[in-house]
Design a protein around this ligand. Structure first.
Ligand SMILES: [Fe+2]
Ligand SMILES: [Fe+2]
Length: 183
């Protein structure tokens, strides 16, 4: 199932960014220090790649295809949609708290780290449930034609929502920040 495989690969990329962000949170908590350019890149990754692109593929294409394949809307799909909404709330708060920090309010450092950690916890659990509960339900029901069509539609959505070259730019950003924060 290449469409679902693509979403799983995206989850792995998102998890690497969480490892980087955890390091940033450690610095924020220990001495209120943060490279604001690096943080802005990660915030953009959450807003554009995670929310518009990855969650867009799930909400607008995968979940409807699953409902079409007979998986009830109430249950895991509904639960995943609720978590997307909760995640959007965290991103909004992270963005607002980051603005405070950036304008010189060092008292915003701890709340910013806390909000990021809340988002990471939510999303890691969300990703685990998709990988291990929801996606296998699709994998066991989709026929090859559904998978092929989803894969094509994912490409179109990605072009429309994030544009040509942006995916590669995010990859490059993740590689650079991994070198700085993890290795
Ligand atoms: Fe999701
Ligand atoms: Fe996902």
């Amino acid at each position: 199932m290449k469409a679902i495989e693509q979403l799983k690969n995206e989850h792995e990329g998102i998890k690497i960014v969480f490892r980087i962000l955890r390091k940033m949170c450690d610095s924020l908590k220990s001495d209120q220090s943060l490279d604001t350019d690096h943080f802005e890149s990660i915030l953009e990754f959450f807003q554009i790649f995670v929310d518009k692109c990855h969650h867009g593929k799930e909400e607008d294409l995968l979940f409807p295809a699953m409902i079409q394949a007979g998986i009830p809307e109430q249950g895991p799909i509904e639960a995943m949609l609720t978590e997307h909404t909760t995640g959007r709330g965290h991103i909004k708060t992270i963005s607002q708290t980051f603005d405070r920090f950036k304008s010189g309010d060092t008292a915003a450092a701890a709340p910013l780290a806390h909000e990021c950690e809340q988002y990471i916890t939510l999303m890691l659990d969300h990703i685990y449930k998709e990988n291990n509960i929801l996606y296998p339900m699709g994998e066991s029901r989709f026929i090859k034609e559904t998978d092929d069509q989803l894969y094509l539609d994912f490409e179109t959505l990605e072009q429309e929502r994030i544009g040509t070259g942006k995916h590669e730019e995010f990859h490059e950003m993740i590689n650079q920040l991994t070198d700085i924060y993890i290795e």
